[in-house]
Design a protein around this ligand. Structure first.
Ligand code: NAD
Length: 421
């Protein structure tokens, strides 16, 4: 395990820190509280040696950062990407703290990552990497300590391997150690689509708030993975015309709206949106600048920045991804009157149903899909109304209101618990 290092911040961590500083100022907390919330409570960096299928050994770097656990166990996804850095994981862990507090689920925030490209490995290699990483971080995780979930490059299979590895070490099955597991193995009905359902709940509310009727409105979705795919599907089901979607390989567009069901079939067969016969090729990041009512960035962080924000024509942006908008872009979009529903609100459906999964696993009692979806809808609608009303009251953007509400809840927990010793 490494000590907490004072490495130079990358931009994504700078973004998260800037948002925290602004909230501390709005709330009037002193520097001591700021210092408590600005640094992770615990972090670990591990080497993850992998015996590859050809017998050679490669060593990868993995991280797990627990930003805060004042309100309960730490909670957050696990990312497999060649771009993972410790600072990125720190930023994502901090955002998880705010997201859990904002939705009032009894968790703190965490995040994990391995710097690895999952597309370059067989399932057997990914299983070995996952099991070794889980074993290395096992002193830190557990249903009452820190509960991982899927993120970019990981899925329900990854969570099953993690749960199994941890359970073998404990000597008994511990279903509550991860969420986002297969339904047959302690997963919750509705978890796989929960983030996207939450994104669409918020999108419909935000469009309506702006006086735009969702039926017939136009949308573009960046990313066609676990979040973007179902977001596109549910938007189309709600009557929006999805004019464009993209993945890391390219983008497709249709001026009359894509057939999302046919597109999903194409992606299942080919692995990418590229080559879809029902749409035209769209160059580069042009999707972000399309003239649409709704833009859903659901891929990676930092895609809306000072260099392109002024060219965004969408009236409403709903952040499926974590951290897709830099603070500079936020300011440009605010001046242009674009409504931005922030990540810690918009994509919180995933952690809400992860919480439901953990509750069900701990009670060994399973809910129906309808029950899960009804509870999710209630939580998302309440959170939207709470943040929207707070933003209006203070005359600030939704992100500032959401971050302030969340930081206040975490700060109150700190104050109520006191400082030991
Ligand atoms: P994923 O790995 O399932 O999918 C990511 C998608 O983004 C893929 O389609 C990939 O091709 C695409 N992509 C990557 N780089 C791109 C680029 N430059 N342009 C366009 N597309 C690009 O990951 P996911 O779970 O869908 O996560 C997406 C985002 O949502 C991340 O920011 C993640 O942290 C966030 N998020 C995920 C969940 C969840 O439950 N999975 C919950 C909350 C937030």
């Amino acid at each position: 395990m490494t000590a907490l290092v004072d490495a130079p911040a990358t931009s994504v961590l700078d973004d998260a820190q800037a948002q925290l500083s602004a909230a501390i100022e709005v709330l009037g907390y002193d520097q001591s509280m700021h210092r408590m919330l600005a640094v992770p409570r615990r972090e670990v960096t591990v080497s993850v040696p992998l015996r590859k299928d050809d017998g050679s050994v490669e060593v990868y770097v993995g991280h797990r950062v627990q930003h805060n656990f004042s309100r309960g166990p730490a909670k957050g996804g696990l990312r497999y990407s060649p771009d993972v850095t410790l600072d990125e994981v720190r930023a994502l862990a901090m955002w998880m703290t705010w997201k859990c507090a904002l939705l009032d689920v009894p968790y703190g925030g965490a995040k994990g990552g391995i710097r690895i490209d999952p597309r370059e490995h067989s399932a057997a290699e990914l299983e070995r990497v996952t099991r070794r990483y889980t074993s290395e971080i096992s002193p830190l995780i557990g249903p009452e300590r820190d509960i991982p979930a899927p993120d970019i490059g990981t899925d329900e299979r990854t969570m099953a391997w993690m749960m199994d590895t941890y359970s073998v070490q404990q000597g008994h099955t511990v279903l509550g150690v991860t969420t986002g597991k297969p339904v047959g193995l302690g997963g919750s009905l509705g978890r796989a689509t929960a983030t996207s359902r939450g994104v669409v709940h918020v999108a419909l509310a935000a469009l309506t708030d702006r006086g735009i009727a969702p039926a017939g409105a136009t949308a573009a979705v960046q990313g066609f993975g676990k979040v973007g795919r179902y977001a596109a599907r549910f938007l189309a089901e709600a009557g929006l015309r999805v004019l464009a979607v993209s993945d890391q390989y390219g983008a497709v567009a249709s001026p009359t709206g894509l057939d999302v069901v046919a597109l999903e079939k194409h992606v299942d067969e080919t692995g990418s949106v590229v080559g879809f016969a029902g749409g035209d090729v769209l160059p580069g990041d042009a999707l972000l600048e399309l003239d649409v009512d709704l833009l859903v960035p659901a891929a990676v962080e930092g895609v809306l920045h000072a260099g392109n924000a002024a060219r965004v024509k969408a009236k409403v942006i709903v952040e499926g991804a974590n951290g897709p908008t830099t603070p500079e872009a936020d300011e440009i979009l605010r001046s242009a009157g674009v409504l931005v529903a922030p990540d810690i609100l918009a994509n919180a459906g995933g952690v809400v149903v992860s919480y439901f999964e953990w509750v069900q696993a701990n009670q060994a009692f399973w809910w129906s899909a309808d029950e899960v979806e009804a509870r999710l809808a209630t939580r998302m609608d309440q959170a939207w109304q709470h943040v929207n009303a707070h933003a209006r009251r203070l005359g600030v953007p939704l992100r500032s209101a959401a971050t302030a509400l969340a930081v206040e809840r975490v700060a109150q927990a700190h104050q109520q618990r006191g400082l030991y010793p």
